[in-house]
Design a protein around this ligand. Structure first.
Ligand SMILES: [Zn+2]
Length: 120
């Protein structure tokens, strides 16, 4: 499964293959870029396909790690929350805070990972 942004905006679309990704992109294109579709209806769609296929092939799958990073960060946050909470006697508050921070750290970590491994 790969997740790529639309070539015209920041909308993200996922697909197992380039063909599946194209299918999933279509509804977004119809609604968000109807003008572009109209202007390019008689244009060079093959070039557009080739460009997007190259983009799809170049994309690594690290973005798919995001849910795992959040889960791992949240799990780490629970542990940290229990440890801090047992010392300060505010376990419920500390665990809630730990999960929030942990999930946040997980998101940031996966974004950093993605940025470091981006081939753009
Ligand atoms: Zn778009």
């Amino acid at each position: 499964m790969k997740t790529l942004t639309c070539d015209l905006c920041d909308h993200t679309v996922s697909g197992e293959t380039f063909e599946a990704w194209m299918e999933n992109l279509k509804p977004h294109y119809m609604s968000a870029h109807a003008d572009f579709m109209e202007q390019n209806a008689h244009g060079d769609m093959q070039k557009w396909m080739d460009d997007n296929r190259a983009r799809f092939d170049a994309q690594d799958e690290s973005f798919a790690l995001l849910p795992f990073s959040i889960a791992f960060g949240a799990a780490f946050g629970v542990v940290a929350g229990v440890l801090i909470g047992s010392v300060t006697d505010t376990i419920a508050f500390s665990v809630a805070l730990g999960v929030s921070f942990g999930a946040g750290i997980g998101i940031v970590a996966s974004l950093v990972y993605k940025a470091l491994h981006s081939k753009d």
